[in-house]
Structures are given as C-alpha cells and as structure tokens.
Design a protein around this ligand. Structure first.
Ligand SMILES: Nc1ncnc2c1ncn2[C@@H]1O[C@H](COP(=O)(O)OP(=O)(O)O)[C@@H](O)[C@H]1O
Ligand SMILES: [Mg+2]
Length: 141
C-alpha cells in the first residue's frame, strides 16, 4: 500500500465528531477492513472524539495507515492508527477513568473502556492541566 498523508480533523463540536467518524470509516474502507471492523473503528473514533468535546472542549483527531514490517517468520501487518489529543483538563486517575461506568459527567462511563476493548491496541497518557492523548490501533485481519 502506498504511504498516505495523515488526516487531521479538528474537534470542536458534535458535527466534528461525525466528520471524524466518517473519515475514519472511509480510510478503513479504503484500506480494506471488513464490515464489522468498519463499525468497530468508527464507534471507537466516535467515543474518543466525543470525550474531547465533552471533557476537553477542543482538540484533534489524527488518522493514519501504518505498516508493521514482517519478519522471516511472520507477515507484515497493515494497521489504522487513531490519535486523539487535547490540551484540556487532563485525567488525574487514569486507572479509575478506564473503569466501566466511571464518569465525571453525565455519560455512561463506557467510552474509554469500550474503545479499549474494540481496538487491538490502546494507550492513554494524560496529566492534569496538560491534556490527554489517546492512541489506538486496529490491525487488518
Ligand atoms: N479527553 C479527556 N479529557 C479529560 N477527561 C477525560 C477525557 N476523556 C475521558 N475523560 C475522563 O474519563 C472519564 C471516563 O470517560 P468515558 O469512559 O468516555 O466516560 P464518559 O465520557 O461517559 O464520562 C470521563 O468522565 C472524564 O472524567
Ligand atoms: Mg466518553
């Protein structure tokens, strides 16, 4: 697959959540992900983008395709990477925020843990007063 430029989507409002979801789905489709993975990827993007709007007000989502090089014993993989970052209030206790049902707002508290379950890789870094970065990957099967 030819290298593609990263897609940057500014996130400030509900309509930007829809844009991020659609762009993520379109990229995943172009990369050849199957139908259920398209749903999984767009759901995770939607939740993480919603967290930016609800908890940090603004930020951005970056979408990218990556190739992990294979070895002599294993084939290379193609993956979709989603990075969500903001300079919002940050999260004091990440372990707590990752628990099912924990919400400081009016949400269901399943956005972070649900996205972690949906994607193959999930990392979150956050610091109070600095902001939050979530990096998620889905590998093509
Ligand atoms: N980008 C963010 N900036 C600051 N806090 C966040 C962010 N994303 C998540 N959080 C915190 O983590 C909690 C859990 O997030 P989540 O599982 O998506 O549940 P919900 O959004 O329904 O509250 C949120 O209630 C909020 O306190
Ligand atoms: Mg949420």
């Amino acid at each position: 697959m030819t290298a593609k430029a990263e897609i940057h989507i500014p996130i400030n409002s509900d309509s930007d959540i829809v844009t991020a979801r659609q762009q993520g789905r379109a990229l995943a489709q172009e990369m050849g992900f199957n139908g259920s993975d398209l749903t999984v990827i767009s759901t995770a993007i939607s939740e993480i983008a919603r967290n930016i709007v609800e908890h940090a007000k603004s930020g951005e989502i970056i979408l990218n395709a990556v190739n992990s090089p294979g070895t002599v014993n294993s084939p290379g993989k193609i993956g979709l990477v989603v990075i969500a970052r903001d300079k919002g209030p940050g999260i004091a206790d990440i372990a707590l925020a990752m628990q099912d049902g924990y919400s400081t707002g009016k949400g269901l508290g399943v956005g972070l843990p649900g996205s972690r379950r949906l994607m193959d890789e999930f990392e979150i870094t956050s610091a109070p007063g600095i902001g939050t970065t979530v990096t998620m990957k889905k590998w093509k099967r």
